[in-house]
Design a protein around this ligand. Sequence first.
Ligand SMILES: Nc1ncnc2c1ncn2[C@@H]1O[C@H](COP(=O)(O)OP(=O)(O)OP(=O)(O)O)[C@@H](O)[C@H]1O
Ligand SMILES: [Mg+2]
Length: 356
Amino acid sequence: MKITELSLENYRNIENISLSPCEGVNIIYGENAQGKTNILEAIFLFTGLKSFRSSKDSELVMFGKDFSRIKTQFETSHRKNTSEIKITDRRRASLNGVSLKSPTELMSRFPASLFSPGFMSLIQNGPSERRKFIDSAICQIKPRYAVLLSEYTKLVKQRNAVLKDNEDIKSVRLFLDCINDAFTNLGEEIYRERKEYLDLLLPYVSEIYSGLSSGKEEISFTYLRKGCHGEESLKEIVKNHEKADINAGITLTGPHRDDIEININSVSARSFGSQGQKRSAAIALKLSEAQVIKSITGEEPVILLDDVMSELDTLRQDYILNHIKDRQVFITCCDPGSILRMSEGKTFSIKEGRLK
Ligand SMILES: Nc1ncnc2c1ncn2[C@@H]1O[C@H](COP(=O)(O)OP(=O)(O)OP(=O)(O)O)[C@@H](O)[C@H]1O
Ligand SMILES: [Mg+2]
């Protein structure tokens, strides 16, 4: 997919701009607080999702204005499209002249993959961030997985409610006996889907990470099943932890407690990685997530990279600027020096919400 035209009106600090991006790398550069991220944020809204920065739509409208309007023309493998989003206290979207019931209807129409500095929490924070990443990545390519996940989550909640209220141990055990089969079957299925996804992701992420590190470092994943010490099935793991579950009043094992360790040169990036290594790993994961989407849906997501350059050395920056081939990429950065090293592509300089 390629964006051919973009225009923003009264969008945050941007009163009115139009731009025609190129098919490859587009750099938006300027000093701090000039509107670079605002442009990426506006593009991201065409995915139909909420902004990655504001939970309130009204915050996107320029101070003192009643509404904001963003428009785009983009080409997918099937056709040329136009889309418009009008923002007041909520968003209303249209696609090819037809008003949509909800902006979420844009979701599969405008595939985009965003890296923002907030995404670093994937590497730095606890396991829940990594579970969220993998679960939402799978949901994008397998809608059925969302159903599986919500059924499983419901069972965890039920199980926890009974465990918490554990006055009568006998009836707790009776309930667990009833629910455990369904719980562990769903849990195994989630585990299998996640492993399958990691297998799908690994060749892409390896290639990108190796490119970013000039072939000096290798990335790998270890799926860590909570409470598993060898090759036990989830059924065995859960059984082995039944007493601990009852004591803790909560379900201690299952995919809702698993983690995916991201390793660089075989050691945990979270515990041992440098800033640049962690950033490279997060970028490689985002870029490869997009490649998996491409391999399944046939449509190449637009890549939005907010502030990726900081903390990366020139070799790593060069890889991003010159080796992400065949895809449309938007990169924001402060340092105009990066642009000089870009062999092909288009640059947009922004100052106080205006293109220079
Ligand atoms: N609703 C709004 N109306 C007017 N201005 C706004 C609104 N929301 C945010 N801004 C302003 O937009 C400006 C630019 O924001 P943006 O995040 O795009 O900067 P940036 O160029 O990405 O900077 P940095 O390099 O620091 O990331 C900020 O100064 C902010 O105050
Ligand atoms: Mg910014």
